[in-house]
Design a binder for this molecule. Structure first.
Ligand SMILES: [Zn+2]
Length: 63
């Protein structure tokens, strides 16, 4: 009885995964590309210097 429930649960999870893949085919790729974009050092659009952290460039800060 418990094994049956377990198999049903696994099947349901697999089905949800498949449906998610059908509904959002680019979601996983987008997440990975986003992570790569975060990992890459970003540059300031104004002065072209590499940005450290998420605070932005010094040239954009006043004072
Ligand atoms: Zn800058």
């Amino acid at each position: 009885m418990l094994v049956k429930i377990f198999i049903l649960f696994l099947g349901g999870m697999a089905l949800i995964g498949l449906i998610g893949k059908w509904l959002f085919p680019g979601a996983i790729g987008r997440a990975v590309s986003k992570r790569i974009a975060v990992a890459k050092p970003s540059r300031c659009r104004a002065c072209g210097r590499y940005l450290i952290g998420t605070g932005g460039c010094d040239c954009g800060k006043k004072g």
